[in-house]
Design a protein around this ligand. Structure first.
Ligand code: NAP
Length: 319
């Protein structure tokens, strides 16, 4: 590759539909790697559009997605997945032939169902999901390093254009990620256990603690380092985004919750009957998974994981 070619942006106009944590981080990482000549965007509220302009995340803001995608050769849906069907219906007739349409949604089969029918022939639809995030939201929350050394999963249909898939794969690699290609239904099953059920447990345990009558709120906060604190970080995640995840990955989440309940019952019985061997074996197995994640470079063994001081950048966490 010549030096001139290496410096040529991959896309001439990227349209971000939704400019929160994920969209703004894409903008930062695109600028870092010079991936777009121009980045424009659209979001639901005027306040976010203005903030995105002020932060230099986009050069032009549109109050409707249809205008934002005109002339774009890459369109990235970065809104909560519950909004995708309406966005796709609005942008479909305005997409440029040859453009790539992708997304970052945390579920994939529902995205194929909601977006796919609105994509005209000649436009390449390749769903995606960066497995990277924090509990923060909004355009100020983004940072260029969010995707570094994280996985991004692409779920192209069997008949998707291989060249478009390869281009999108390269785009995510240049954003800093490693890319894996898989089927949308399989993605939803994997993410149900690695992300969706853990979030549900965190939301639930924080609410359970809040509803206790014999332990005061101040005790819960004072003694939170006993494990509760890490759940509160996950439970601080955006309620709208997570509502849409559970509404749109119902079957896989219910399947994994069933498995989870069965294993919880085993632990419950072991505690009731004083079976220390079962407890120790299950805790030892769980501990080895944590070590494998650190060895795979997907987290750090640093003791302050997830507890950065307010002045620090947000701590990247797997989603
Ligand atoms: P976020 O920070 O809350 O940002 C959401 C953005 O979507 C905002 O700019 C919002 O606009 C915009 N939006 C909402 N409804 C819209 C609509 N109808 N049309 C256009 N824009 C709309 O959320 P996020 O964390 O970036 O999440 C965005 C997507 O990334 C979700 O699909 C989520 O599943 C996925 N994801 C999230 C994470 C994570 O850790 N957060 C990780 C991986 C993937 P306003 O601000 O104007 O309301």
């Amino acid at each position: 590759m010549t030096a001139a070619k290496a410096n040529t942006p991959m896309f001439s106009r990227i349209a971000l539909i939704g400019i929160g944590l994920i969209g703004s981080s894409i903008s930062h990482a695109c600028r870092r790697a010079n991936l777009a000549r121009e980045i424009v965007g659209s979001s639901a509220t005027a306040a976010t559009r203005q903030k995105a302009l002020d932060l230099g995340l986009i050069s032009e803001a549109f109050d409707n997605a249809a205008d934002a995608v005109a002339g774009a050769d890459l369109v990235i849906l970065c809104a909560p997945v519950g909004a995708y069907a309406a966005i796709a219906a609005a942008i479909g007739p305005h997409l440029t032939p040859g453009a790539i349409v992708t997304d970052v949604g945390s579920v994939k089969a529902a995205v194929v169902r909601d977006v796919g029918p609105h994509i005209p022939a000649g436009v390449h639809f390749i769903p995606g999901h960066p497995i990277a995030g924090t509990e923060q939201s909004g355009p100020e929350a983004g940072f260029a390093e969010l995707y570094d050394n994280r996985w991004c999963i692409l779920t192209p249909a069997a008949d998707a254009d291989p060249a478009a898939t390869a281009k999108l794969k390269l785009f995510w690699e240049r954003l800093g990620s490693q890319v894996e290609i898989m089927d949308a239904v399989h993605h939803d099953l994997v993410l149900a256990i690695t992300s969706h059920v853990p979030h549900l447990i965190a939301f639930n345990i924080v609410n359970t603690a809040a509803h206790l009558e014999r332990v005061t709120d101040s005790e819960v906060i004072k003694f939170s380092a006993g494990g509760f604190r890490d759940f509160t970080r996950i439970a601080a995640s955006d309620p709208v985004m997570w509502r849409d995840v559970f509404l749109n990955n119902k079957d896989a989440v219910l399947e994994m919750l069933g498995r989870f309940s069965e294993d919880l019952t085993v632990l419950q019985r072991a505690i009731r009957f004083g079976d220390g061997d079962v407890l120790q074996r299950m805790f030892t197995d769980a501990r080895s998974i944590r070590r494998s994640i650190i060895q795979a470079g997907q987290d750090t063994a640093a003791p302050d994981f997830g507890r950065s001081r307010p002045a620090d950048p947000p701590s990247p966490a797997k989603r």
